[in-house]
Design a protein around this ligand. Structure first.
Ligand code: HBI
Ligand code: FE
Length: 290
C-alpha cells in the first residue's frame, strides 16, 4: 500500500505568508491531476440527483465548474464574489485553527491546493482541492451558508479565547461537513464531507445503520464525532434557513450549559431526541470485530 503524502500542518510546513496562502499555480497541475478530478467529479455528479439538497445542486449549476479540469480559483472567486462576496484562496492543506478562522471571518475560503493521488480516491484525511472545491464551494453560493460560515469563523476566534473550541468544532462537523437537511422529497445532503464522498453520500441518506436525528444546537455541541470513518449519527435540519438564526446568536451561554453536562458518544440516542431514523448500528458493530 502506497503511503499518502502529507501536506500543510501535517507535513510540518512553515508558511511563507502569515495567512498560509500560496499561489494555486493552476498551470502546474499535471494531466494525471486533472484526470483524478475528472474521475471524482463525474462519479459524484451522477449521485447528486436524489442525494444532494436543492441548494447544493443550484450552486453547482451556477458555478463554472466542469469535469475536465481542476477549477482555477480566480474564476471561481469571480463568480462567488458576485453572488455572496466570498473568495477561494489556496493553502497547502490543513492550516492552524486561528488562521482558518481568520480567513472564514473575512469571507475567504481556504482550499487545499493539491489533489489526492489515484490510489487515494475514496479516502483521505486531509482537505484537498476536490473536497474543498466540489464539497464546500457550491454551498458558499447560498447566502445563508455564506453568512453561517463567516459567523463560524468569528465564533471560532471567540471560542479559541474562551477555551471552548471543541464545542464549536462539533457544530461545524455536524453541519458544514456532515449535515443533512429535510426537503420535500426526503432527507438530502448539504455537508461537504458527505458531498465529496461517494460511499458516504449513499450511507448517510440511504443506509439503515446510522441514526438521523433532528438538529439541536446544544445536543450537537455535546456529541463526539469520528474522523476516521462514516458517522454513527447525522443531524438533520428542517431547512437550510435554520442556520440563519445560528449565525446571529452568541454561543457563550450555550457553552456554559453544555460544559455542565457529560459529552455524548457518537452513536448515543437520547429520549429527548427527535429521531427520524433510529439506526441499526450494524455498520459500526461489524467494524469493531478485528
Ligand atoms: N484548515 N485548510 C483547512 N481546512 C479545514 O477545514 C480546517 C483547517 N484548520 C483547522 C480546522 N479545519 C478545524 O480544526 C476547525 O474547523 C476546528
Ligand atoms: Fe471541509
Amino acid at each position: 500500500m502506497k503511503a499518502a503524502a502529507l501536506h500543510g500542518l501535517a507535513a510540518g510546513a512553515r508558511p511563507a505568508n502569515a495567512d498560509w496562502t500560496i499561489p494555486q499555480r493552476w498551470e502546474d497541475y499535471s494531466a494525471e491531476d486533472h484526470g483524478v478530478w475528472k474521475t471524482l467529479f463525474e462519479r459524484q455528479t451522477r449521485l447528486l440527483p436524489g442525494h444532494a439538497c436543492d441548494e447544493f445542486v443550484a450552486g453547482m449549476q451556477n458555478l463554472a465548474m466542469g469535469a475536465d479540469q481542476i477549477p482555477d480559483f480566480r474564476r471561481l472567486s469571480d463568480v462567488l464574489m458576485q453572488r455572496t462576496g466570498w473568495q477561494v484562496v489556496a493553502v497547502p492543506g490543513l492550516v492552524p485553527d486561528e488562521v482558518f478562522f481568520e480567513h472564514l471571518a473575512s469571507r475567504r475560503f481556504p482550499a487545499g491546493q493539491f489533489i489526492r493521488q489515484p490510489h487515494e480516491l475514496d479516502y483521505l484525511q486531509e482537505p484537498d482541492v476536490f473536497h474543498d472545491v466540489f464539497g464546500h464551494v457550491p454551498m458558499l453560493m447560498n447566502p445563508v451558508i455564506a453568512d453561517f460560515i463567516q459567523a463560524y469563523g468569528q465564533g471560532g476566534l471567540r471560542a479559541l479565547r474562551l477555551g471552548k473550541l471543541p464545542y464549536l468544532a462539533r457544530v461545524y462537523w455536524y453541519t458544514v461537513e456532515f449535515g443533512l437537511v429535510r426537503q420535500k422529497e426526503g432527507i438530502r445532503v448539504y455537508g461537504a464531507g458527505i458531498a465529496s464522498s461517494r460511499a458516504e453520500t449513499v450511507f448517510s441518506t440511504d443506509d439503515a445503520s446510522p441514526n438521523r436525528i433532528a438538529f439541536e444546537l446544544e445536543r450537537v455541541m455535546r456529541t463526539l464525532y469520528r474522523i476516521d470513518d462514516f458517522q454513527e449519527s447525522y443531524f438533520v435540519l428542517d431547512g437550510i434557513e435554520q442556520l440563519l438564526q445560528l449565525a446571529s446568536i452568541d454561543f457563550s451561554a450555550a457553552y456554559e450549559r453544555v460544559a455542565a453536562l457529560p459529552d455524548l458518544q457518537p452513536g448515543d440516542v437520547l429520549p429527548t431526541d427527535k429521531v427520524s431514523h433510529r439506526g441499526t448500528g450494524s455498520y459500526h458493530a461489524n467494524r469493531k470485530t478485528p
